[in-house]
Design a protein around this ligand. Structure first.
Ligand code: ZN
Length: 138
């Protein structure tokens, strides 16, 4: 059972910011509100993602080192893995996968993720930087 929360500014009934998540409350009348401790969406995401190294990556020293670190393999095994890609190199939750992607992207290694990973900055789709830039033009 949930008690109604009344706006301390105007007395209207407050509504959740997001009805699906406990992120905070807002007043539909005057806009007063607060956010509870911000939770990164990827921290709540319990999807298991599979990162796969794409075909055609070059087994540079840095790439081998990265794959060896990600997979806890030795240098020779990691080199073989890169040369035999596409191959699944990591399975984990969103937070873990993001670290792996950061490493892969820093080395310009091509990869794919199953299912589609919604948190990667370098992927096509919503580009918040561009949206912000458009706003500032007004
Ligand atoms: Zn209010």
């Amino acid at each position: 059972m949930i008690d109604k929360i009344i706006c301390e500014k105007c007395g209207a009934e407050m509504l959740p910011i997001d009805p699906n998540k406990p992120v905070g409350m807002t007043c539909p009348n005057c806009g007063w509100g607060w956010a509870t401790t911000y939770i990164d969406p990827e921290q709540e995401d319990d999807t298991v993602y599979v990162v796969s190294l794409s075909e055609g990556n070059i087994a540079t020293r840095a790439a081998i080192k990265a794959v060896s670190k990600i997979m806890s393999k030795n240098f020779i095994q990691a080199k073989r893995i890169i040369e035999n890609s596409p191959v699944d190199i990591y399975t984990g939750n969103a937070v873990e996968v993001k670290d792996v992607l950061r490493l892969l992207e820093s080395l310009s290694l091509a990869y794919s993720i199953t299912p589609e990973f919604p948190y990667s900055q370098n992927q096509e789709g919503t580009d918040t930087e561009n949206i912000r830039r458009d706003d500032s033009d007004n």
